[in-house]
Design a protein around this ligand. Structure first.
Ligand code: CO
Length: 134
């Protein structure tokens, strides 16, 4: 059901420092920072030959990643995103198999403007999983 790894998201305590590490120390193609107020994050996209890394920093008062950063002040891996062809078919199979979806089971447009769902980490080996219809 799942296809390509679309991205790995890493919450960071300082986007400038993280961008510098990825751009200069690791030699990657790093975007400018983009505010996504609807998602409560500021994002820097790191484009790799086979996938992307998203560096996330809280935006605004009620950022969904503030709690994660409070618990992980050095930053840390937040979620991985797998591509699916049909997010409704994927959701129905996951629910039928007993997996839990975080929040509403209706897909919302994610950081790339495409429909996404987040799956409970306890059902997926301790990892927050995002599925995105591409
Ligand atoms: Co994501």
């Amino acid at each position: 059901m799942i296809g390509k790894l679309n991205h790995v998201a890493i919450v960071v305590p300082n986007l400038d420092v993280a961008s510098e590490i990825y751009r200069n120390t690791l030699g990657a193609d790093v975007s400018d920072a983009v505010d996504l107020p609807d998602h409560g994050v500021t994002t820097v996209f790191v484009t790799l030959p086979n996938t992307k890394i998203e560096l996330l920093y809280p935006f605004g008062e009620n950022s969904p990643i503030q709690n994660f950063l409070d618990k992980n002040p050095s930053g840390g891996m937040h979620h991985i995103c797998y591509e699916v062809d049909d997010i409704f078919a994927a959701r129905d199979k996951l629910l039928a198999d007993g997996a839990r979806i975080l929040g509403s089971p209706e897909p919302k447009n994610g950081a790339h403007g495409k429909p996404v769902l987040f799956l409970h980490p306890k059902d997926f080996c301790g990892t927050l999983v995002e599925i995105e219809q591409v």
